[in-house]
Design a protein around this ligand. Structure first.
Ligand code: 6MQ
Length: 373
């Protein structure tokens, strides 16, 4: 059981990397996908089921938990791991992004942001210092700096101003985080799609010094081509010996393209959210289970998948329980999607380790080209 946080790079293949992040609560195999457990639960999943899909780490959200049930209450009850019965690593986002995408009546100043809760309209404030305090109360293993993520498209002046504010907030986050052996603080690179601002942000973060580095400011509607264009250079300026975390990504082909460009960790609501809306990801593409053509289909979603949904149920059954709005629908489809996302991650870890990532990517894309799903 390690007392420290460390990253071991095991192999590279092109820009792709595979390794292990060692934490006191267990290891994280990279490249890693983090299921999103926003309100202290990965929706429709028991924690032991999340683990069974192959997840080593999950994500929690400062914004949601500070509003309900509050970080202080979770701390009094023993911290987030005990509260949600997940004893492996947890990464928590710092709240700024969620304030901008969810809260009402926001006011942004150099100090931080004030806002009204989307739940009950109560007034709250988040600053770098308060975000660090909340994430400490939650007990998360990987803490994210408090930053500002500008909505795209935005003009260069706005992007520069926002990025430089986030870099000042990164320094305040580091100061407030202090020295916490076994816990990690990740800086977040900003700069929109601008190569020069991305480099400036990376240099500022390296000057401050972090245990890991996130690429923020993406997956905000810019589209895959623009995101990949940014990822063709943005990670290059980040330290090679620290984990690189791309926030909020993404669809299976986004994930593969990000790993090919040097990303080690990702999170996205897509597999769990889609599990509740009947969108099923398979190696040959997306199955919309609500479609009437599945009503009599005795086949599993994916013959090659070993998850409970594919092992024990037909498309006809999954179509029926979706259309009947039965709870088991969200449970089974979420489990399948998370299982499939973890299968992609394991496939990439193995391929990068074996030096066959090019071939693996070719097979990944070839399978998806087939119709008839
Ligand atoms: C497919 O899911 C939609 O896309 C968003 C995910 N995209 C995303 N980009 C992010 C950027 C940052 C950032 O710069 N900083 C911090 N601290 N956290 C971040 C979190 C982020 N998540 C989800 O967020 C909404 C709810 C808008 O739709 C989801």
């Amino acid at each position: 059981m390690t007392e420290r946080f460390s990253f071991e790079l095991k192999a590279t293949d092109g820009k792709a990397r595979t390794g292990v992040i060692n934490t006191p609560r267990g290891e994280i195999r990279t490249p890693a996908f983090m299921p999103v457990g926003t309100a202290a639960t990965v929706k429709a999943m028991m924690p032991e089921s999340v683990r069974a899909t192959g997840a080593d780490i999950l994500l929690g959200n400062t914004y949601h938990l500070m509003l309900r049930p509050t970080a202080e209450r979770i701390d009094r009850l023993g911290g987030l791991h005990k509260f949600m019965n997940w004893d492996r690593p947890i990464l928590t986002d710092s709240g700024g992004f969620q304030v901008m995408s969810l809260a009402g009546l926001r006011k942004l100043t150099e100090k931080g942001v004030t806002f009204k809760s989307h739940i009950d309209g109560s007034k709250h404030e988040l600053t770098p210092e308060r975000s660090m305090e909340i994430q400490k109360l939650l007990g998360s293993d990987i803490v994210m700096c408090f930053d500002e993520c500008p909505a795209l498209p935005a003009d260069r002046d706005r992007i520069a101003e926002s990025m430089r504010l986030s870099m000042r907030w990164a320094a305040r986050s580091k100061e407030a985080f202090g020295d916490r052996p076994g816990h990690a603080l990740f800086g977040i690179q900003q700069g929109g799609l601008e190569a020069d601002f991305r480099e400036e942000s990376a240099e500022a973060l390296k000057e401050i010094g972090f245990d890991g580095y996130a690429v923020g400011g993406l997956a905000v509607g810019e589209g895959q081509e623009a995101m990949f264009g940014c990822l063709d250079h943005a990670p290059d300026h980040l330290p090679k010996d620290k984990p690189r975390y791309l926030m909020g990504v993404g669809k299976p082909d986004d994930i593969v393209g990000a790993v090919a460009r040097g990303i080690d960790m990702m999170d996205c609501v897509l597999p769990s959210r889609s599990g509740r809306t009947g969108q099923v990801f398979t190696r040959r593409g997306v199955v919309n289970i609500k479609n009437a053509r599945h009503a009599d289909d005795p086949r599993p979603l994916d013959e090659a998948c070993s998850c409970p949904a594919c092992s024990n149920y037909s498309r006809a059954y999954l179509h029926h329980v979706y259309r009947s709005n039965e709870m088991i629908s969200g449970m089974l489809l979420t489990w399948h999607n998370l299982h499939y996302f973890q299968e992609i991650m394991q496939g990439m870890r193995d391929a990068i380790g074996a030096g066959t990532f090019e071939d693996w990517q070719a097979e990944f894309h070839a399978q998806r080209a087939q119709g008839d799903i």
